[in-house]
Design a binder for this molecule. Structure first.
Ligand SMILES: Cc1ncc(COP(=O)(O)O)c(C=O)c1O
Length: 397
């Protein structure tokens, strides 16, 4: 069996041993110095001013939209665009926070929303915000998307949970909007088992994210931020201040275990991104020779940080044959994220307006993916390469 991911961590044994020792020795397991150290190291790695750690990528998405509402930058009923091909908890917070989700289609040749898809949607529907997803290590033409959003006053935020480490010549994904979210769930680029982050250069937003993360109080703000809030609300002593709640929040805090694992795993991130890119290149060469498959264009991407190899077939019948071919070879496969989000039951329950999304439908019906990670052996790679060859050829071999 070749699973979507073999291990929970890079350098699995060493990491588990270090974690066991940390748990035995640390005086505190709730959010503390390990989390703050990880936030600082992650911000430096990503090249943004601030990073706020959460207990999952989905929590980071929820907190980001809540923070934008708390700041008055988004309001009830606002139209929030999202990539039609994305994860449930990218879209759900739009509904939970009483705003209106508007899908933006994607291009099957890049898996991502492209500027033309955004322009097409804007022809009929004005957006207040675009919560763009960078899909499976790939991304769209983010420079053009950013400039459309800037020109039209659309708040651009990125769900970069699937593309940590991907770079365009003009910069890393996750740095194109006012903020971006990341996931550290097992099988993503780096794992803290559960965990997520928001990266931003916007100080006011980072401050509100820390309020949203922990109950709506100010305990994780710095002294000058606390002073400002407390004097605005006439809160005088520390006794009262500790239990004053300034705006809408949740408890989405990570534990010190998340922080510790983040600090450990971040050290391996660059080398694993390179190892995954090498595997991707090797398999891509095989896939491109197979006329059953739609080649994915990533020539605009300078570093492709993949954790998954998408296989997009020309027809649904061909996809069904490849499902059989991979399963028969013992390879764990799955659909492309969650397919067209409009076809999910929760979406139909809460949203009336449906859009034509031919690109997302194409990927929903004709795509699948398997995992890409450094622990794949030479034998595994040969099996995967075999499955990527034309169905009829590999049957004949
Ligand atoms: C695009 C996207 N956004 C958000 C998430 C949620 O991340 P988490 O599983 O850490 O909550 C995922 C999870 O895979 C995802 O793929």
């Amino acid at each position: 069996m070749i699973p979507l991911m073999k291990n929970a961590f890079h350098n699995e044994l060493e990491t588990r041993r270090a974690l066991a020792e940390f748990i035995l020795e640390t005086p505190r397991l709730s959010m503390d110095v390990e989390c703050f150290r990880f936030e600082a190291a992650f911000a430096e790695h990503q090249g943004c001013k601030d990073a706020v750690l959460f207990n999952s990528g989905g929590s980071a998405n929820l907190a980001l939209l809540q923070a934008l509402k708390n700041l008055g930058r988004l309001s009830d009923e606002d139209l929030v665009g999202f990539s039609a091909l994305t994860w449930s908890t990218n879209v759900m917070p739009i509904l939970q926070l009483n705003m209106q989700p508007v899908p933006v289609d994607c291009d099957p040749h890049t898996l991502n929303c492209m500027s033309e898809n955004l322009l097409e949607r804007l022809r009929t529907t004005d957006l207040k915000c675009f919560f763009l997803t960078n899909v499976l290590g790939f991304c769209g033409d983010l420079d053009n998307i950013r400039s459309i959003c800037e020109k039209r006053g659309i708040i651009l935020i990125e769900d970069n949970c699937e593309s940590l480490g991907t770079e365009l010549p003009s910069g890393k994904t996750g740095n194109f909007g006012i903020a971006a979210t990341f996931s550290f769930f097992v099988a993503h680029h780096m794992s803290t088992v559960e965990g997520g982050m928001v990266g931003t250069n916007d100080e006011e937003l980072a401050e509100m994210l820390r309020i949203v993360r922990a109950n709506g109080w100010d305990r994780n703000l710095n002294a000058s931020q606390q002073l400002k809030l407390r004097s605005r609300h006439r809160i005088e002593g520390e006794f009262e201040a500790k239990y004053t709640f300034y705006d809408l929040g949740y408890n989405l805090r990570p534990t010190e275990i998340v922080g510790f694992l983040g600090n450990q795993q971040l050290k391996f991130l660059s080398s694993t991104v390179r190892a995954r890119a090498d595997i991707h290149t090797r398999l891509d060469t095989i896939a491109r020779e197979n006329l059953d498959l739609v080649p994915i264009n990533h020539s605009h991407i300078s570093v492709l940080s993949s954790f998954a190899f998408p296989v997009i077939c020309e027809t649904k019948a061909i996809r069904d044959r490849y499902v059989f071919q991979f399963a028969g070879a013992g390879v764990e496969i799955r659909p492309i994220i969650a397919g067209n989000m409009q076809r999910q039951p929760f979406y139909n329950r809460y949203v009336e307006r449906m859009y034509d999304l031919p690109g997302a439908d194409f990927l929903h019906d004709k795509g699948l993916y398997f995992g890409v990670y450094p622990e794949l052996t030479e034998t595994d790679l040969n099996v995967l390469g075999g499955c990527l060859r034309s169905y009829s050829l590999s049957k004949a071999a």
